[in-house]
Design a binder for this molecule. Sequence first.
Ligand code: CA
Length: 217
Amino acid sequence: MTTRTLNLDDALYQYMLDVSLRDSPLKARLRAETALLPTARWQVAAEQGQFLALLVKLIGARRILEIGTFTGYSALCMAEALPVDGSILCCDLPGDYNATARSYWREAGVESRIELRLGPALETLAELDKPGSFDLVFIDADKANYPTYLEHALRLLRVGGLAVFDNVLWSGRVLEANPESEDTRAIQRLNRALKVDERVDYSLLPLGDGMSLCRKR
Ligand code: CA
């Protein structure tokens, strides 16, 4: 048994945010507005948004693909970290939340860096025909397609580029022995496959609901 990550209770989690989260009134407002939606849990945690922004700068990303955008929080965080000529292509289904995303991107002054393409992500991805044209792919859409999204990400990333998957610990449901949910089964499949996937360098972080980092070799 290796030494496990410490258990973050509420007080320690709050301390972590107090000493590390660099927030802005705009981002806090977007989180508060999103929290009112029935699907609020689709949004990444604030510390995950900050971590994504750091990743963008660490790898010098200029071209980002996001699969699953919702009210635009993660895209906003990454867009703010991009150089002025950087861009994000966001894939999501049409919904009321598209307008929320766009209005916050506009207010933050990053809307010119973000293109939101509406429709099934698999259709949008099939239209992207330039292999190696992205530096970072953030995947936070329908979990049942996670294994398929990995294949698209590896096709579309440059060598050294990064695929990031959210919700890979799935609130602990990944522990179920025979899950009925196809979402849970797909995440389990992805996690098992990534451990031995020679195409990537890999680490799973217990950040938010679990985030996997896969660097294309
Ligand atoms: Ca998520």
